[in-house]
Structure formats: structure tokens, C-alpha cells
Design a protein around this ligand. Structure first.
Ligand SMILES: NC(=O)C1=CN([C@@H]2O[C@H](COP(=O)(O)OP(=O)(O)OC[C@H]3O[C@@H](n4cnc5c(N)ncnc54)[C@H](OP(=O)(O)O)[C@@H]3O)[C@@H](O)[C@H]2O)C=CC1
Ligand SMILES: O=C(CO)[C@H](O)[C@H](O)COP(=O)(O)O
Length: 472
């Protein structure tokens, strides 16, 4: 490479940046990465596949000088201030027409601001979601770009080369204007939170309801992964139960603290859903349950005050496993339904023009929420690209109807036995409200008008009404 310039540059050679850059090199692109940590630069070069062109440098200016014009570069640094810091360092080094991609989990409002700031300077700035973790970045992630279409055209061949493939179709597509890429990734993570919560509830139901040990749990999740529940999250869950701890003679899962962490994208999904507004209660519940998991001391105290009910799960183990399977299937569909409904509303409200048929196709491979269900949703959007909610699709309705009775049964038995299943309950309550022609919210309207003259609409006469309510 003595006299040649590199095709692509990466800023931040952590878990995602390093692996994505190596993936690009494997597909024939000459790549250069910058990290201020010299150890990360040499780690990058030594991990490169022999015969590929990969360089790591410790000076940002060196990397920028060595890039083909117009430059194409990406940052994979923590969201927030680090992204602004990188942009500030880059700006004096760039020229008009260069393309800068933020591939991290930035909030879409930050992306909107950055797009506008950089557009004024002639730089194309794209917000792009990347999902798949370390392994996905290395071998084929799901990629969610949005924003400047001209900039996308410049990087499209490279993104299509490195993305996961499903039936030969790359899991990348242009997903809408301005901050759409990061918006879609945020909702992807919201759905990820919801499904992880539901899998953890299933684990608890199988352990407490059928007394399964880790080997048996492994077998159940492994079997589930070969059927309708096939998905990345179910697959890794099966693996987790077999992992031995190297510091004790236990299984690792049994010595991990039950306080769940988070970096914030699930919370953003809930906050932005409320802002629109769109109802995403399974995601809200998943965020709340991670928060509640942090109240360890209070939970320990409460456990000694409030004893669990006497009732136990009496179902035969095989039947219980089948019922929990169906409840997980039901609530997983509800999680996708809520996230996709949110994307539709946000697309209209924020004028992002997010193509939902493309979103579900991009999510079929490479990402954390990939599953066979995405094929079902792809078919649903092929029939009606403007479907308001996937629950209204005939094919999805058929699937839901086949599992809803077992879902009710699981939730009823869990409630009687005192096993917390907030995610499942939330999914079922949303479903029951969604399929209710007349909700009891007429009473809320009456109350609002009673105490605050907030007015109401009638079912029989058009217009807005207020009543002087009588005290009795
Ligand atoms: N890990 C995952 O599974 C996924 C992560 N993401 C997102 O991708 C982004 C990167 O994540 P990940 O690779 O895991 O993070 P890492 O912490 O592994 O790597 C981040 C890199 O950014 C560098 N960095 C931090 N601050 C700056 C700065 N101000 N200027 C220049 N470089 C900086 C760090 O360098 P140094 O350490 O030398 O300071 C480090 O090399 C995040 O937004 C994350 O949310 C998205 C999908 C999946
Ligand atoms: O983006 C991702 C996968 O798609 C990250 O793995 C995700 O941000 C993890 O989130 P959290 O730490 O909040 O559980």
C-alpha cells in the first residue's frame, strides 16, 4: 500500500469498530483505523486475515490523509459527547463531499442536529444503526442506515458486501430520512429489551413451575430454537445454561447477580413512544423490570415480609413447557407488533419515510432480534406495506389465535403461584385492549369532564360536549 490510499477509515477500534473494519477488509476493501490506544492498533493489524489490507494508526490526521477522496469514514465510539468530540477533531481535516457515518447507538435527535451542522459545511453525515454484537460485526451484521441518499449511494456497495445475508439478500437497506437509521436501531433495541425480559420470565416459569435444572433448560431452549421460536436470543439462551463457571463448581448463570444493566436505548424507546404517543407497554415493562432488579436490598427485605402464595403450578412438566412456549411465542409477536407500530407512527410524525417492509427484511439476519418470525412479518408487509399493526394481518392473527389460550393459562397459574410475569401480563393486556371494540375509557372521559371540564365526544351525535355533572 506504499503509494495507494485506503477505501475506508474507522474511528474507534473497540469491540464494534475493530470487527467491522476486519469484515470490510475480508470483502476486499483496503481499510485504515484510528484509535488513540496503540495496543488497539496493533491488535487490529494482527487480527487481520492474511492477504487483506488493514492498518491501524494513532493519529487521526494520518488516517484522514491516507483516505481516498471523497473520504468515507465511520465512527464507532460511545454515544453522546464522544461523537461530538470526534466530529470536532475531524472537521478541520475533512473536505466538502466527504462522508462521515456514526455507526454507534446515538439518539436520533443528536443525529438530526449533527446532520444539519455538517450539511452546512458540505460534509455528508449519516446516522446508521449496526446490530449483531462482536460476532455479527465480524461476520455479517444487520445494518440500518438513514439520512443523506447521495452519501448512502457512495457506501452502499461496501455495506451490502459486509452485511449478513438472508436468501442472498443483504441485511441492509436505506431506512429513511435524517435520523431514521438511529431511530430504527433504537426501536430494534426496545424490542430486544422486551424479548429478553420475556425469555427471562420463561426461564423463571420453567424453573419454578416444572423444576427444570440447567441441563433440562438447555434442552428446552435448544428444542424451541428448532421450531417456531427459532431466534438468536433463544439460541444463545440455550448455550448460556451449559456454561460452567471457572471460579466455582457451579454453572455461570447461577452465580451472576440478578441486577440487570442497561446503556439506555430501551429507556429512549419508551420515552420516545410516550412522546409520539404510541403504546409500547411490553418495552416499558422490560425497562421497568431492569430498574426493579436494581432494588436488591429492598427486594431482600420484602421477601422476608411477604411470603409467596401457597398455590403451586400443578401442570404436568411436558404440558407446562408447551404452554410456556406458546406464551413466549405470543408475547414475542406482541413485542414486535408494538415496536413496528411505533416505527410507523414515528415515520409519519417525524416525516422520516421509514419503509417498514425493508425494516423487517433487514432484521431477518445479523441482528440481535433476528428470528423466523421476521419472515412472517415480511410476508405481511408484502401484502400491505402500510399495515397499521401486524396484529391486523390475517397470517399473524392465525398464529396469535393458536397460542392465546395457553398464554392465558400460563399467566393465570403464574399469578396464583406468585411468579412475576409482568412482560407476559403486559402483552396479554395490550392484546385484550387492542381487540376490544369499546374500552372502558368512556368513564375516564366522564371523570375528566366532571373534575376539569375537559369535554368529551359522544357515540351518537358529532361534536364536543361538556356537562354540569350533578353531585349525589
Ligand atoms: N458492543 C455491542 O454489542 C454493540 C455496540 N454498539 C454501539 O457501538 C458503539 C461502540 O461500541 P463498542 O465498540 O462496543 O465500544 P468499545 O468501548 O468497545 O469501543 C469504543 C471505542 O471508542 C473509542 N473512543 C471513546 N471515546 C473516544 C473519543 N472521544 N475519541 C475517539 N475515540 C474514542 C475507545 O477508545 P479508547 O478505549 O482507546 O478510549 C474505544 O476504542 C457504541 O455506541 C455502542 O452503543 C452497537 C451495537 C452493538
Ligand atoms: O445495540 C446493541 C445490540 O443491538 C447493544 O448490545 C445494546 O446496546 C445493549 O444494550 P443494553 O446494554 O442497554 O442492554
Amino acid at each position: 500500500m506504499a503509494n495507494s490510499l485506503y477505501d475506508f477509515g474507522m474511528i474507534g477500534l473497540g469491540v464494534m469498530g475493530r470487527n467491522l473494519l476486519l469484515n470490510m477488509a475480508d470483502h476486499g476493501f483496503s481499510v485504515i483505523g484510528f484509535d488513540k490506544d496503540a495496543a488497539k492498533n496493533s491488535a487490529l493489524e494482527s487480527a487481520a486475515t492474511p492477504g487483506t489490507t488493514v492498518k491501524g494508526v494513532a493519529e487521526l490526521a494520518t488516517m484522514v490523509q491516507l483516505l481516498e477522496r471523497p473520504r468515507k469514514l465511520m465512527m464507532l465510539v460511545p454515544a453522546g459527547q464522544p461523537v461530538d468530540d470526534v466530529i470536532a477533531s475531524l472537521l478541520p481535516l475533512l473536505e466538502q463531499g466527504d462522508v462521515v457515518i456514526d455507526g454507534g447507538n446515538s439518539h436520533y435527535t443528536d443525529t438530526l442536529r449533527r446532520v444539519q451542522e455538517l450539511r452546512g459545511k458540505g460534509i455528508h453525515f449519516m446516522g446508521m444503526g449496526v446490530s449483531g454484537g462482536e460476532q455479527g460485526a465480524r461476520t455479517g451484521p444487520s445494518i440500518m442506515p438513514g439520512g443523506d441518499l447521495d452519501a448512502y449511494a457512495k457506501v452502499k456497495p461496501m455495506l451490502e458486501a459486509i452485511a449478513a445475508k438472508v436468501k442472498d439478500t443483504p441485511c441492509v437497506a436505506y431506512l429513511g430520512k435524517e435520523g431514521a437509521g438511529h431511530y430504527v436501531k433504537m426501536v430494534h433495541n426496545g424490542i430486544e429489551y422486551a424479548i429478553m425480559q420475556l425469555i427471562s420470565e420463561s426461564y423463571s416459569l420453567l424453573q419454578k413451575g416444572a423444576g427444570l435444572n440447567n441441563d433440562q433448560l438447555h434442552e428446552v431452549f435448544k428444542n424451541w430454537n428448532q421450531g417456531a421460536l427459532q431466534s438468536f436470543l433463544v439460541e444463545i439462551t440455550a448455550d448460556i445454561f451449559l456454561q460452567n463457571d471457572d471460579k466455582s463448581d457451579k454453572r455461570l448463570v447461577d452465580v451472576i447477580s440478578d441486577k440487570a444493566g442497561s446503556k439506555g436505548t430501551g429507556k429512549w424507546t419508551s420515552q420516545d413512544a410516550m412522546e409520539l404517543p404510541v403504546a409500547v407497554p411490553v418495552i416499558d415493562t422490560a425497562v421497568a423490570m431492569r430498574t426493579l432488579s436494581g432494588y436488591k436490598d429492598q427486594r431482600v427485605q420484602a421477601a422476608s415480609i411477604y411470603k409467596a402464595p401457597e398455590a403451586a403450578i400443578h401442570a404436568d412438566a411436558e404440558m407446562w413447557i408447551k404452554q410456556v412456549h406458546d406464551a413466549l411465542y405470543f408475547a414475542t409477536i406482541l413485542s414486535y407488533a408494538q415496536g413496528l407500530a411505533m416505527l410507523r407512527e414515528a415515520s409519519n410524525d417525524l416525516k422520516m419515510e421509514i419503509p417498514l417492509p425493508e425494516v423487517v427484511k433487514v432484521w431477518r439476519g445479523g441482528c440481535i432480534i433476528r428470528s423466523t418470525l421476521l419472515e412472517v412479518f415480511t410476508q405481511a408487509y408484502q401484502k400491505n406495506a402500510d399495515l397499521p399493526n401486524i396484529l391486523l394481518d390475517e397470517g399473524v392473527a392465525y398464529l396469535i389465535q393458536s397460542v392465546v389460550d395457553n398464554t392465558r393459562s400460563v399467566i393465570a397459574q403464574a399469578a396464583a403461584a406468585g411468579i412475576p410475569v409482568a412482560g407476559f401480563m403486559s402483552a396479554l393486556s395490550y392484546f385484550d385492549a387492542f381487540r376490544t371494540e369499546r374500552m372502558p375509557t368512556n368513564l375516564i372521559q366522564a371523570q375528566r369532564d366532571y373534575f376539569g371540564a375537559h369535554t368529551y365526544q359522544r357515540i351518537d351525535i358529532p361534536g364536543t360536549f361538556h356537562t354540569e355533572w350533578q353531585q349525589h
